[in-house]
Design a protein around this ligand. Structure first.
Ligand code: FUB
Length: 304
């Protein structure tokens, strides 16, 4: 097990992207993608999904890669953005990857769900098939619009999954977390590109996402008083990141602080396809709006 000391980027021995944090039993677990593209590559190569953990926000343990597209018999290709959440003592890892077509690649982006009794795995395919396939959403013609799942469970026990590239889609999930409940709704938050992260704080729902049209991505957000919307655009909270076209939000409260995880291309030989996960503090205004994130190289302080 590799141990690392923080300072952005927090993970330096491999390239990581698309961070997704949860807290379980006082430990923060961080789930990430894994960029394995060479410096010469001009597209993503993402081998698997990794798990890291910390109890002090400074020392990170690498628990390896307990999940990859090969875990799903129906999947092939890259391990795009994912989010793991806990419910009823089980850990459900919602992932975006690509569906086989006629036994080989070519089926378009799809969302799968893996399950484990522990936050670090082992994980197995929870249902033996994809939860969402490209053919289930028809609003956009491109084959990779069904990526980047984010799942949250409301106070009344209703689970929701949001996802999308180019448009944002959402659907209710059944309590078993492995079945869709009802029809999929599609909408377009202002400047939405991809990477939604949905959560609730003090009765207000937040939809944070990567946006900005044709420029390198920034992080923007909307709020709502109902997860079904309507969503009110609230602005940009994170400007472009160094040396990466994409960035991707992962938000968590832990031991009294709010933390904003994201990725950039700042490691030596890094770039848009060799990204690295970072963390900085996140602050709210009295009215629940989010203050601009200050990107630092120092990162966050060690917790006592
Ligand atoms: O990591 C691959 C893709 O890049 C993710 O699915 C997007 O959110 C962007 O970060």
């Amino acid at each position: 097990m590799i141990e690392m000391t923080a300072q952005n980027p927090i993970i330096k021995h491999i390239f990581t992207a698309d961070p997704s944090p949860i807290v379980h039993n006082d430990t923060l677990f961080l789930y990430t993608g894994h960029d394995v593209a060479t410096e010469a590559d001009t597209n993503y190569k993402m081998a698997d999904w990794h798990v890291f953990s910390t109890t002090d926000m400074a020392t990170w343990k690498d628990h390896g890669a307990p999940l990859s597209p090969s875990t799903f018999s129906w999947a092939t290709g890259d391990a795009y953005a994912a989010q793991c959440i806990e419910r009823n003592g089980k850990f459900y890892w919602f992932v975006s990857t690509f569906h086989k077509k006629d036994g080989v690649s070519g089926g378009g982006a799809a969302i799968g769900v893996a399950v484990s009794d522990k936050p670090t795995g082992p994980f197995k395919d929870a249902i033996g098939k994809a939860l969402v396939i490209n053919e289930m959403t028809k609003d956009l013609p491109h084959a990779w619009d069904d990526i980047d799942p984010t799942v949250f469970v409301d106070d009344d026990g209703q689970a929701y999954m949001f996802w999308g590239n180019g448009s944002c889609k959402w659907v209710k999930l059944k309590e078993n977390m492995t079945e869709i409940d009802g029809s999929i709704t599609t909408f377009k938050p202002k400047n939405f590109i991809e990477g939604p992260w949905v959560y609730k704080r003090k009765g207000l729902y937040y939809l944070v996402y990567a946006g900005a049209g044709t420029k390198p991505e920034m992080i923007e957000y909307c709020t709502a008083t109902n997860p079904a919307g309507p969503w009110t655009y609230q602005g940009i909270i994170q400007e472009n990141v160094p040396n990466s076209f994409t960035t991707h939000p992962g938000i968590i409260d832990y031991k009294g602080n709010s933390y904003f995880f994201y990725h950039n291309g700042s490691l030596p030989t890094g770039g848009s396809y060799r990204r690295s996960v970072c963390v900085d503090y996140m602050y709210y205004n009295e009215d629940g709006t989010i203050k601009k994130i200050v990107q630092t190289t120092d990162g966050v302080k060690a917790l006592k």
